[in-house]
Design a protein. Structure first.
Length: 246
C-alpha cells in the first residue's frame, strides 16, 4: 500500500479544526484527531473523513496535560507510524476585563492554548527530527498581535504561540521542520457565535472585506502550509482576517 502522509489535528472535531481535518483528508492525508469526548461520539466525522479514501483515528485527551499529550502522540505513532503535520488548533477563551479576571481565567487559557501547544509539539518533534521532515502549524490570532480589551489572557496565550513558533523555526529549520503560525481574525465558529449581533456588526465595520471569515478560509491556508508548495516558508505568522489587522 502506498504510504500516506499523516496530519494530527488537536481540537479537530469542531469549528476550524474540523474543517482542517476534512480539508487535509481531501488532500490525501491520513488523519489523527485529538478530541475531548469519547471517540465513539464522532462516528459521523470519521465517516466524512474516510469518505475521501483515507484513514481517521481519534485520540482522547487534554492538551494542557503533559502526560495526556505524550500518550496521544504515542497512540498516533503506534497507529500510523509517523506524523508529518501537527496542527496545534485546540483553544479556549475566558473573556473578561482584567479587573474581573480571576487567576483561574488567566491560567486556564494559558494552559490550554500555550502550554497545550508546547506539550503537543514537545512530544511530536522527536519523531519529526528522526525523519528529517515535519510541518508544525499553530493557531494564533490577530488578537495575539494587536491585543484586545477583555482578552488579556487569550492575547497573551496567542502572543506566546507566536514567540514559540519563531524560536522553533530557528531551532528546527536545519532538520527540515517548518514551523508557522496562523492568525485568524473573526471566523464564524462556536467561539464567535456567542458574540451579540451588535458586536458582530461593529466588528464587520473594522474589516475591509466587511464579513466574518469562514473556517474554510483558515483550512485553505493550512492546506497550503501542509503542502510542498510552502517548503520555503518558516517562522511566519500569516493573517487570515479580511484585512482587519495590517
Ligand atoms: N473563531 C475565531 O474567530 C478564531 C479567531 C482566532 C483564532 N481562533 C483559534 O482557532 C482555534 C479553533 O477555534 P474555533 O473557532 O474552531 O473554536 P472551537 O471552540 O470550535 O474549537 C476549539 C477546539 O478545541 C478543543 N479543546 C478545548 N480545550 C481543549 C483541551 N484542553 N484539550 C484538547 N482540546 C481542547 C475543543 O474541544 C474544540 O474542539 C482556537 O485555537 C482559537 O483560539 C479562532
Amino acid at each position: 500500500m502506498e504510504e500516506r502522509r499523516v496530519a494530527f489535528i488537536t481540537g479537530g472535531t469542531t469549528g476550524i479544526g474540523r474543517e482542517c481535518s476534512l480539508t487535509l483528508a481531501k488532500e490525501g492525508f491520513d488523519i489523527a484527531i485529538n478530541c475531548i469526548n469519547e471517540p465513539e461520539e464522532y462516528t459521523e466525522l470519521k465517516d466524512e473523513v474516510e469518505a475521501n479514501g483515507v484513514r481517521c483515528f481519534f485520540t482522547k485527551g487534554d492538551v494542557s496535560k503533559f502526560d495526556d499529550a505524550e500518550r496521544m502522540v504515542n497512540e498516533v505513532i503506534e497507529h500510523y507510524g509517523r506524523i508529518d503535520v501537527l496542527l496545534n488548533n485546540a483553544g479556549i477563551t475566558r473573556d473578561t476585563l482584567l479587573m474581573r479576571m480571576k487567576k483561574e481565567d488567566f491560567e486556564s487559557v494559558i494552559n490550554v492554548n500555550l502550554v497545550g501547544t508546547f506539550n503537543m509539539t514537545k512530544h511530536v518533534v522527536p519523531y519529526m527530527m528522526k525523519r528529517r521532515y515535519g510541518r508544525i502549524i499553530s493557531m494564533a490570532s490577530v488578537v495575539g498581535v494587536g491585543g484586545n480589551a477583555g482578552q488579556a489572557n487569550y492575547a497573551a496565550s496567542k502572543a506566546g504561540i507566536i514567540g514559540f513558533t519563531k524560536s522553533l523555526a530557528k531551532e528546527l529549520g536545519s532538520r527540515n521542520i517548518l514551523v508557522n503560525a496562523i492568525a485568524p481574525g473573526y471566523i464564524k465558529t462556536a467561539m464567535t457565535e456567542v458574540l451579540p449581533d451588535k458586536v458582530k456588526e461593529g466588528i464587520k465595520e473594522q474589516i475591509p472585506l466587511r464579513e466574518l471569515g469562514e473556517a474554510k478560509d483558515v483550512a485553505n491556508l493550512v492546506k497550503f502550509l501542509s503542502s510542498e508548495d510552502s517548503s520555503y516558508i518558516t517562522g511566519q505568522v500569516i493573517h487570515v482576517d479580511g484585512g482587519m489587522l495590517m
